[in-house]
Design a protein around this ligand. Structure first.
Ligand code: NAP
Length: 284
């Protein structure tokens, strides 16, 4: 049986991977910077570690053969952390992005893309058996972006409402991750993962309104206002990355794949399913 380490276990995708893995009976360990605050399921072994402190990774990786990696730490820490991972593990599943997909949403030059490419290059050169998961926009972004406005009233102001994306439920990314972590046959695979439908941002906000039984007034925010005032839950650098991506994406449908269904045997959840499951978080 594989012994799996989840790095990013307290985050959106890592926590879903962890909860789905624990029901398979796999041997799972979670790395956490602060195990006391991590609030992970009691049956999970939690080991303190920090990607920016390479020597802290050895204990976390002891006896591990497969790693699930989510990277949100600073770029300078990538090379030393991957060196430690490659010393212990044989296999890595990395949560990346659709860096090679020829759709304008995914092809704008930005620092996040550069970091993803750097991590992938180092993983490929490391000798580890690798699998790259390449999800598009997460459905859960809607919680940070729109829930505060929807909880406060009926008006949602947002830039580039015509931009379509195919939001993917983090549970579907996790379901693919679990397959790639537990099964053979995924070495060298790069899975572009999306939700089942292309929906403009306007349609996504309307869908949330439908799920919570309210009619929302959805207003276009000029991009320069978003730049000046910022957008909820994101630093200015991320606002600029998203404004560029959305602007470039307008005018054609979002890129949609059937990879979730092909790998898991179950269709990817719709954005309406996701919104219905999170309705309470949008209600005041
Ligand atoms: N959002 C999207 O639409 C989207 C789309 C495609 C790809 N992605 C990619 O998905 C990734 C983000 O996934 P996510 O939303 O699941 O992340 P997240 O919720 O922000 O979680 C990040 C995780 O990394 C951990 N972490 C941060 N710094 C660490 C460090 N120095 N050492 C050890 N652990 C550390 C955090 O642990 P703590 O609890 O200690 O903070 C947390 O568990 C990014 O790489 C992003 O580029 C996102």
């Amino acid at each position: 049986m594989r012994r799996i380490l989840i790095i990013g276990a307290t985050g959106n995708v890592g926590s879903a991977v962890l909860s789905q893995l624990t029901v398979t009976g796999a041997q799972v360990r979670a790395l956490a910077r602060n195990p006391d605050a991590a609030r992970l399921p009691p049956q999970v072994e939690v080991v303190r570690g920090d990607l920016t402190v390479p020597e802290s990774l050895d204990t976390c990786l002891d006896g591990i053969d497969t790693v699930f990696l989510v990277w949100t730490a600073p770029p300078a820490a990538v090379a030393p952390a991957l060196e430690r991972i490659a010393k212990h593990a044989r296999r890595i599943v990395f949560l990346s992005a659709p860096l090679k997909t020829p759709h304008p949403l995914f092809q704008q030059p930005n620092p996040s893309r550069k970091l993803g490419e750097q991590i992938e290059r180092l993983i490929v050169a490391s000798g580890l058996q690798w699998t790259f998961l390449r999800p598009g926009m997460f459905a859960g972004n809607a919680l940070g972006w729109w829930a505060p406005q929807i909880r406060a009233g009926d008006v949602v102001r947002w830039p580039h409402l015509a931009a379509p994306t195919a939001p993917i439920d983090e549970r579907d990314i996790a379901a693919v991750a679990v397959r790639t972590l537990c099964e053979d046959g995924h070495a060298g695979a790069e899975y572009v993962l999306t939700g089942p439908q292309s929906l403009s941002q306007f349609e996504q906000v309307s869908t949330i309104g439908r799920a919570i039984g309210r009619t929302l007034l959805i207003e276009e925010m000029p991009p320069d206002e978003a730049q000046r005032e910022g957008l909820p839950t994101m630093p200015a650098s991320v606002v600029n990355i998203l404004l560029d991506a959305w602007a470039a994406a307008i005018g054609q449908p979002a890129f949609v794949t059937s990879t979730v269904a092909e790998i898991t045997g179950a269709p990817a959840r719709t954005f309406l399913d996701w919104a219905a499951d999170h309705a309470a978080e949008f209600r005041a």
